[in-house]
Design a protein around this ligand. Structure first.
Ligand SMILES: [Zn+2]
Length: 400
């Protein structure tokens, strides 16, 4: 272990013996009381020294026996400590790829803010390289989303679509103009390769295809975004594959729900709940789905980019082991205000996905109430509730 005070958090002294780590309240922490000698010693926790050398340095600075170990342990308990050599064998392999590592350094620093244990950030970053995600839909949202995931270190990003690239598919961060006329899936995969910080590690020989960790449904057509077809998701539900919806319909961007099959509400649940609330819903959907749109659909470029960004963030959180707030909810944002809000997608008792059996289907009275803000959003999932409550009060205090 080579202890390192997380460099992602800027340090500042609030007074002579109280130090604040971090500026933004979401991850900031105040430590105190801390004497001056201990404060100076923090500078040595930069990941270049192991514990034996640190103990020697501590003795040289006149710190009492056991002080260095106690300090390191308490910094670790406060979530402020990283380990410059931790994270396991995959992390070690990634550390030796200088070019890729330099590209991923900001992502690693960001991961350290949400990975409490020393070495956890590097372990998660390395784990991303072995994960496989499929994006279905190579329009403005889908390709931008796919390149974001590849750029953030996800090793296997596959994009599926049909047809050829149209001029209006082109987007900064997505398909380039010189891909117009090429096959959509091939052009999208090339964009993904270009965005990746290095080549994907060769898959280890395995008798079984591990499948995708997540499938993202990012249709180019607004109808499939607004009213995702439950039938199309049946194989994903049956195979237990987590999937996330994202796209733009008219002037509205949508991220969610993230469906954890059998646990959170799915496209079928959403459809049933809408039919409960509005008897005309099925008739409208039938009309919207019949025939193709006669002209290019509305898709504001900034809106598409915002959707791709949020969906990529939720995807990475999920791949890193969290349950993002799109599980059982749809985040929506509309022109021109760009004010994100979420609508719950409750598990529906009539839906064959069986999510209600997990106890998430009893909420019917507040269906469709859209007025939760991003900051106040809380999911019913216990994991994310734990994550939220630990940090909701902003800067909190621990003693070293
Ligand atoms: Zn369902």
């Amino acid at each position: 272990m080579h202890p390192m005070v997380k460099p992602a958090l800027r340090r500042g002294w609030r007074d002579l013996n109280t130090v604040q780590f971090g500026m933004a309240p979401a991850h900031a922490l105040v430590l105190g009381p801390m004497d001056t000698a201990t404060g100076s010693f923090l500078a040595l926790l930069d990941g270049t020294r192991g514990l034996p050398l640190l103990r020697d340095e501590g003795r040289r600075m006149g710190l009492p026996d056991g002080h260095v170990d106690g300090l390191v342990e308490r910094l670790a308990q406060s979530g402020l400590l990283d380990d410059a050599t931790g994270g396991g064998p995959a992390a070690d392999a990634l550390r030796h790829k200088d070019g890729a590592m330099d590209r991923l350094r900001p992502d690693l620093a960001a991961l350290s803010l949400v990975s409490p244990e020393p070495g956890g950030a590097m372990g998660r970053l390395a784990a991303r390289r072995s994960l496989r995600v499929q994006v279905r839909g190579a329009g403005r949202v889908g390709v931008t989303l796919a390149t974001l995931l590849a750029g953030a270190g996800v090793g296997g990003v596959d994009v599926r679509d049909v047809g050829r690239v149209e001029p209006w598919d082109v987007a900064p961060g997505g398909l380039p103009a010189d891909a117009i006329g090429e096959r959509r899936d091939e052009a999208a995969r090339r964009a993904v390769r270009r965005a990746a910080p290095d080549r994907r590690p060769r898959a280890t020989a395995s008798a079984e295809d591990p499948g995708f960790s997540l499938v993202i449904l990012a249709p180019r057509g607004g109808v499939d975004v607004h009213a995702p077809d439950p039938v199309a998701a049946e194989p994903l539900i049956a195979s237990g594959t987590p999937h996330l919806y994202a796209g733009v319909v008219e002037g509205t961007g949508v991220v969610g729900p993230l469906v954890l099959p059998g646990e959170t509400g799915c496209a079928g649940c959403l459809d049933q709940a809408r039919a409960d609330r509005d008897a005309c819903w099925p008739r409208l959907v039938t009309q919207w789905r019949s025939g193709r749109p006669r002209q290019v659909e509305a898709c504001d470029l900034a809106l598409a980019s915002a959707v791709a960004g949020l969906a990529a963030g939720h995807t990475l959180a999920f791949l890193d082991g969290q349950v993002p707030s799109s599980a059982g909810a749809r985040w929506e944002v509309s022109l021109p205000g760009f004010d994100w809000h979420s609508r719950p997608v409750w598990a529906h008792p009539a839906c064959p996905c069986a999510a209600t059996e997990k106890g998430n289907g009893e909420h019917t009275s507040e269906d469709g109430d859209p007025h939760e803000t991003m900051a106040g959003q809380q999911r019913s999932t216990s994991l994310s509730r734990t994550a939220h409550s630990a940090r909701r009060s902003g800067t909190w205090r621990a003693h070293v």
